[in-house]
Ligand binder design. Sequence first.
Ligand SMILES: [Zn+2]
Length: 484
Amino acid sequence: MPLRRLAALTAVVALAVPLVSSAAASESSSASAGRAEAPHGSAGVGDPYFPLDGNGGIDVRAYDVHDRYRFSEGRLSGWTAVRLTATKAISGFNLDFLLPVSRVEVDGRRVHFDQRHHELSIDAPLADGESARVVVRYSGLPGRYSYAGESNWLADDHEVVAMNQPHMAPWWFPANDHPLDRSLMRISITVPSDRQVVANGRRVQRTVRGGLATTTWQADEPMVPYLAFFAAGSFEIARGRADGRRWVVAVSKGLGTASQRVAMGLMRQTPALVHWLEGVIGTYPFRQVGGLTTSLPVGFALENQTRPTYPFMGDSPGAVRTVVHELAHQWFGDSVAIEGWRDIWLNEGWATYLEDYYTETHGGPMTDELMRDAYGDIPAGDSFWNHEVADPCPDHDACVGPIFADFVYDRGGMALSALRNRIGDRDFSTLLRRWAADRAGGNGNTDQFQALAEKVSGQDLGSFFDAWVRSPSKPADTVANGLG
Ligand SMILES: [Zn+2]
């Protein structure tokens, strides 16, 4: 994600979690009787950091979201059609969702469901490989719900932005919410017609009726659920074409005129920064690009696919670095997703490294110099060194804080800078490009990254990776560790 999750995260107070009983409890579930021997898909995909994230037995191909948002009330209501395929014979399956559900249909037939906090359990027997269209209807106040210690709804009376990591979808559409399942997204949001809506991809439709406007955005490439976003409010929007692709950037009018101008100047740098990143990493992985600056008090920026969102950042050099960071994530995080949340350093390490490399190639100090300064400044006893970068939450308890800790970003970025020293500029560049290209549209983990680094360099890097990302201690100051 972000730069840093400032105070916003720690200020979160977990709200009481309402248990929603099934509104369809009295309905027949006879449809499942014939295949009752098949198990219900599991409530989680198997990520130990967030055991209820994702769901077993299903692979979602596409989400078609239809949400209406009422600013005055903070109410989100609507329906989402989920096109999915069973990955084994199941008697039913779960989706991850927090808002109260009123009705579920599978292939046009109303089915029984049960909802307990984050788990929407749907009775619908499916054969291995069978596809289904699941329509979920819901209405609720997303600001009242929390999950995994996160209360992620970000809105005021004028503006709303659905953006967060590692979870956001369950506040606004039912999802198989894990990086292992990427899907096509079509997002239709209805708000008063004097507001704009911006989401991922390209705007394909806007219809106005009775003072309400429904705006539809669609992305050409599948994405993992937390990377889907929408913003609604009053925005200045600019569009253009660069390097053969469309860009769309937006800035909240809630910022005031002077700040709005500064933010738009920054957002307009997006195509040029993508151009620079393409020179370093290889072809940009998506057909659209852009960015959005919100006026809402969010303490971080986020790499929503094709359209990162930012808080107002002024015009400091740090603001440009943050845009570089979120755009770098389009390759590392969005196109190449992590296999599990323990691998988050592969996203944040690359994004942090590329911030520094941008500085290095634009008149600033060398990345290596920044890495060595940090190495020298942070004593061995500091908590910065007392964690494993490649397993930041070994207790599997309250993992949202640990996966976004400074050591994941900065020690992760330092590890890559040290790896550049160890294997040399040429092999390091090959590694960076191949990690992005070979796994585009897929997932990766730390072992696979090490294996590629060893293949590219022809070196055994076991002790290097152990020292930098698998040990809760400061790496020794040796040439083998990219230091010395
Ligand atoms: Zn990041």
